[in-house]
Design a protein around this ligand. Structure first.
Ligand SMILES: C[S@@+](CC[C@H](N)C(=O)[O-])C[C@H]1O[C@@H](n2cnc3c(N)ncnc32)[C@H](O)[C@@H]1O
Length: 242
């Protein structure tokens, strides 16, 4: 029998707020103040917009950032409606202490989309929103001191193959001179990514130290682990392409 899951058939263009990022990654002011941060893929998250307003240096990238603000807003609204509809049947797979209920969750998604869209035209002109298609990023080695990647790798593990995951992880590590934090490590069914062992071995032999630890935030039941990557001392990661 097929396991219950959020039954969506595409990577959704939705996003979270600054406050949600803070909770997911356990970020605080001291982390952010000195960092040059990449959010990848950022989707309709308002992390970059809100962090920028606080004076932090954040670049967001996503495969869809070549589209107009209007097209992104319309896609974002459509994908929020899809999540709202699909969540109806599987709400028991989630913990509701933070969002309270489906309305609370959807209003956070709308808040993020609205803030993202308001910031996008000026931010893109200023180079804060960059169109980029993983597993290749248009940034030099070590450009960022902190890279955040949430709700893409591992979560859509049944749509994106393991080689894609390996290449993306190496690329995220290549553009970072510090930590790369990834959340969650589970799929849409809540099960841990089935090839984690193979991915960790791959990273190890390719010059990347990877650690897994408990994340400070849990919404999808049991999807409460995160990964931290760091380039091994002096290791150089060659740019790879598909
Ligand atoms: C669910 S959103 C995550 C947004 C944000 N990180 C968050 O947690 O709120 C996933 C994003 O991945 C983007 N995406 C899909 N394939 C991609 C690729 N190959 N390269 C870059 N972005 C991609 C989608 O456009 C979508 O915006």
């Amino acid at each position: 029998m097929k396991k219950e899951r959020l039954d969506i058939d595409r990577v959704a263009f939705i996003g979270r707020t600054y406050e949600e990022y803070e909770k997911i990654f356990g970020l605080d002011y001291r982390h952010l103040r000195k960092a040059r941060i990449l959010d990848c893929p950022a989707g309709a998250a308002s992390f970059a917009a809100e962090a920028g307003r606080r004076g932090f240096d954040v670049v967001a990238c996503d495969i869809l950032y070549g589209l107009s603000r209007r097209a992104l807003l319309s896609k974002g609204e459509k994908d929020i409606a899809l999540i709202n509809e699909k969540l109806g049947g599987v709400a028991h797979l989630y913990l509701w202490d933070y969002y309270r209920d489906r309305d609370g969750l959807i209003s956070k998604r709308r808040e993020a989309l609205g803030r993202f869209a308001a910031d996008f035209p000026r931010g893109r002109a200023a180079g804060r929103y960059v169109a980029a298609s993983l597993p290749r990023l248009p940034f030099a080695d070590g450009t960022f001191s902190l890279v955040l990647s949430c709700h893409f790798l591992f979560l859509y593990g049944d749509m994106l193959d393991i080689d894609f995951h390996k290449e993306c992880l190496l690329e995220l590590a290549r553009v970072s001179s510090g930590d790369v934090l990834i959340f969650p490590l589970s799929g849409l069914d809540g099960d841990p990514y089935p090839h984690l062992g193979e991915v960790l071995r791959f990273l190890d032999v390719n010059g990347v130290e990877a650690g897994i630890r408990r994340a400070p935030f849990e919404f999808q039941r049991d999807a409460n682990m995160m990964m931290r990557l760091r380039r091994k001392w002096s290791s150089e990661i060659k740019r790879r392409g598909r």
